[in-house]
Design a protein around this ligand. Structure first.
Ligand SMILES: *Cc1c(COP(=O)(O)O)cnc(C)c1O
Length: 396
């Protein structure tokens, strides 16, 4: 029998939808003129880029297309929001950044770098399900606070943060508010005005668009220093010849995602819930990481006690199942995930965690196969575990 391939890592990246690829194709081979040139192919590229900008602005609820700036990734958008605003505010005595303990490395590492450069960083704790308390944001604000950066939804455990409540607080105190919405875009409706954010990051490849293209919404009136210096593209704020196919593809993908969101999230939520319920029913000594309510519809993160996450992943891979341990960004390192540590897991339990993120093509049959495989593999791994043997003896 040919081995099936079951992709359960949509939080790490997704494939490009055929309609998105079709929309991008002409801009590689035929319509290759430089979008900033004056000849006609250049002008048609310019028009396509500006239409894409307007589409993204509309999908995010921005006031005007000019508030959308294209970047090379979600990581770049995150870096720019924070570095750009602290560099702009430094002259006025700003020194302090507030973020959470469970942000993506694009935020965590940026803050670590800025701390080395002399800025102060407060990492707000989260509760056992990964929620930031808006009251903690308010308590942390100081006269020299420049920016608060809190993600919309967590990439490892799916927690959806109370962004609107935090936005009310930052507004009241006159502090900038950036939101990393890279996981949220395509899975949760986003309205930047309703959320009260000043900046918001998205990335094409997380919602069935291409890789290597992101965008930062910057509310009109917010001043950021450049991260990149060069020509006049993106009104001189983010120079570099435009990634025209990427921009077109990201806009098309976001437009499709927004139009289809209810059906899509309904489907992946159902698959996720089925997997969650079956795993809980059939496999003992497991723990759900992250909340039940206010959770990304496609995210499932479960710790299997007495199991090494890496062995579990490898054995799942042999059965054709592609999932992730904790987070793709920290796999390859032996440190337990900073997110699982922040919600209070022990090292042992954090190490046995598995992230499954569901998407468009997954089926009920795949969920059944996943649960059967997990049950078999977990039983086999536990039968070889001295820790498990001790546990069973102690609990006889
Ligand atoms: C994937 C991801 C990023 C980084 O986006 P890239 O486009 O891959 O650089 C940032 N934040 C979150 C929450 C993510 O999931």
């Amino acid at each position: 029998m040919q081995k099936p391939v079951i992709y359960l890592d949509h939080a790490a990246t997704t494939y490009v939808k055929p309609e998105v690829f079709e929309a991008m194709k002409p801009y590689f081979v035929e319509e290759y003129g430089n979008a900033s040139s004056l000849y006609s192919v250049g002008r048609s590229n310019r028009k396509a880029v500006e239409e894409a900008r307007a589409t993204i602005a509309r999908c995010l609820g921005a006031n005007e297309p000019g508030e959308i700036y294209f970047t090379g990734s979600g990581t770049e958008a995150d870096n720019w929001a924070i570095k750009g605003s602290v560099l702009a505010a430094r002259k006025k005595g700003g020194k302090h950044i507030i973020t959470s303990a469970i942000e993506h490395p694009a935020i965590m590492e940026t803050c670590k770098f800025l701390k080395k450069e002399g800025f102060d960083v407060t990492y707000l704790p989260v509760d056992s399900e990964g929620f930031v308390d808006p009251a903690d944001v308010e308590k942390a604000i100081r006269p020299d606070t420049i920016i608060v950066s809190i993600m919309y939804a967590n990439n490892e455990i799916g927690t959806i943060q109370p962004i609107k409540a935090i936005g009310e607080i930052t507004k009241k105190h006159g502090v900038l508010f950036h939101c990393d919405a890279v996981q949220a875009a395509g899975s949760i409706p986003i309205d930047v005005k309703d959320l009260g954010v000043d900046m918001l990051s998205i990335s094409g490849h997380k919602f069935y668009g291409p890789k290597g293209i992101g965008a930062l919404y910057i509310r009109k009136g917010v001043r950021l220093e450049n991260l990149i210096h060069g020509g006049h593209q993106e009104r001189g704020k983010r120079p570099g010849t435009e990634n025209v196919p990427g921009i077109i593809g990201m806009a098309k993908a976001l437009e499709l995602a927004v139009a289809d969101m209810e059906q899509y999230t309904g489907k992946i939520r159902q698959l996720r819930d089925k997997a969650m319920n079956l795993i809980m029913e059939r496999i003992p000594h497991v723990k759900l990481n992250g909340p039940v309510e206010n959770r990304l519809p496609g995210n499932l993160n479960i710790s299997f006690r007495f199991i090494e996450g890496e062995s579990l992943l490898l054995m799942l891979d042999m059965k054709g199942i592609k999932a992730s341990s904790g987070s793709a960004c920290s796999s390859g390192s032996l440190d337990p995930s900073h997110v699982l540590m922040a919600i209070g897991l022990s090292h042992e339990i954090a190490h046995g965690s598995l992230r499954m993120s569901f998407g468009d093509h997954n089926t009920e049959g795949e969920v059944d196969y996943l649960v059967d495989s997990l049950e078999e593999i977990v039983t086999r791994l536990r039968s070889m575990s001295p820790l498990y043997e001790d546990f069973i003896k102690a609990n006889k």
